[in-house]
Design a binder for this molecule. Structure first.
Ligand SMILES: [Zn+2]
Length: 387
């Protein structure tokens, strides 16, 4: 497959990219030929499929729960289990496989091709994007039973620990970070999620932290000082689940950009190269030999590359390729595909745009609604009425 006339984010010139065997095989400014499929774009940006370094795939059918700010995650957790008992029970009665499958679509529709799933393994077979589950997930110092024992399990010594940490704006959240560092007797690689109350000195002890600004503002009206922390550790980007924020990672990114704490380029890297290095993925850059995890989106005219990137909405996404396979395409590409190449996709609508996604999303939505009729989805199954 060849993608023609696409502009790589951060570089203004148009290129043509060829993929073969799931990898990026050629990047050229001259015309390439391929007898399988060539897609030609106009005013389009291309970037490595986003890497969402923190989500709970099975929690994305919730609406955000909470109605004020909290001192820390334990206060929020106890509050929602008391105040939103029925809402929580209503979602949890939907089988976990269906919830997780929707979690994959939530990410895919936004152009995420790798998601780091926190918690139990999802057990999905042949997922449409990479679900990274090869770290050792501990929930948190307060909610993970026997965390000290688990942290010091010698059999897991070489696997990095992936843990919620410092998710609060109080002394407790700060001191729990010291506790974790102090009890990390095997000096395991630590990847800390949230790190809102983390100091620069504490950050030195972490391989990376996952910044989830929207979730943090929702819970605490405060976020991690990534402008300081980035001098001491790697910054990765995460959405967390819809329990604490929008389904749309692009809204999270615009909020992150607005804080001004990372340059456009550094924020961009938190979505591709930094997480690829941290999680050990062969993706995250448009380079020969890397996995062909690529996203193409329409570019608004007159914008610089990063400006255009951070203005993207899921509606703008024209193509998502995962390991060389098309997982989503916009209706505008349909005339360029051969007849049999659109088989196995289902049509869904995102406001006034029509997307083809791999698999049967309408059936999944109907199955979920059979358990819980009032679940809201950002996509609709019927064509929007013409005005
Ligand atoms: Zn989380």
């Amino acid at each position: 497959m060849i993608l023609q006339n696409v502009h790589i984010v951060g570089d203004e010139a148009a290129v043509n990219i060829q993929m073969s065997d799931g990898k990026i095989a050629e990047i050229s400014d001259t015309v390439l030929t391929d007898d399988n499929l060539t897609l030609t774009f106009k005013d389009a940006l291309i970037f490595p499929g986003l890497i969402n370094s923190h989500d709970h795939l099975d929690f994305n059918l919730f609406s955000p729960l909470g109605n004020r700010t909290y001192r820390n995650y334990t206060e929020w957790g106890n509050y929602i289990h008391k105040e939103y008992k029925n809402e929580i029970a209503g979602v949890l009665k939907i089988p976990i496989a269906l919830r997780s499958e929707w979690g994959v679509y939530k990410n895919l529709i936004c152009g995420v091709t790798t998601v780091v799933n926190h918690g139990e393994r999802s057990r999905l077979v042949d997922p449409l994007i990479t679900i990274f589950e090869d770290s050792h997930c501990l929930h948190s110092v307060h909610f993970e039973k026997y965390w000290k024992l688990k942290l010091n399990n010698p059999l897991k010594k070489d696997i990095p620990v992936n843990i919620h940490i410092g998710e609060g704006d109080d002394y407790l959240s700060f001191t729990e970070i010291n506790k974790l560092i102090q009890y990390n007797l095997l000096k395991r690689g630590l990847i800390g999620i949230h790190a809102v109350s983390m100091s620069a000195e504490q950050a030195e002890k972490f391989e990376a932290i996952v910044w989830c600004p929207e979730s943090n503002y929702f819970l605490l009206n405060k976020t991690a000082r990534v402008d300081e922390l980035e001098k001491h550790t790697k910054i990765l980007f995460g959405t967390d689940s819809t329990l604490t924020g929008s389904w749309d990672i692009w809204e999270h990114l615009r909020l992150a950009r607005k804080t001004g704490m990372l340059t456009d380029e550094k924020l961009y890297r938190s979505l591709n190269q930094n997480p690829a290095d941290t999680w050990g993925l062969n993706s995250g850059s448009i380079t020969l030999g890397k996995n062909a995890d690529l996203v193409v989106a329409g570019r608004r005219p007159g914008k610089s590359s990063y400006d255009a990137f951070y203005k993207i909405t899921p509606e703008d996404i024209q193509l998502v390729v995962h390991k060389g396979e098309i997982r989503l395409f916009d209706e505008c590409l349909l005339p360029q595909l051969h007849e049999n190449q659109s088989e196995g996709y289902s049509r869904v609508f995102l406001n006034d745009t029509c997307k083809y996604v791999k698999g049967d999303l309408p059936v999944l939505i109907r199955k979920i609604r059979a358990y819980q009729p009032d679940v809201c989805f950002p996509v609709t199954l019927n064509e929007p009425a013409q005005l």
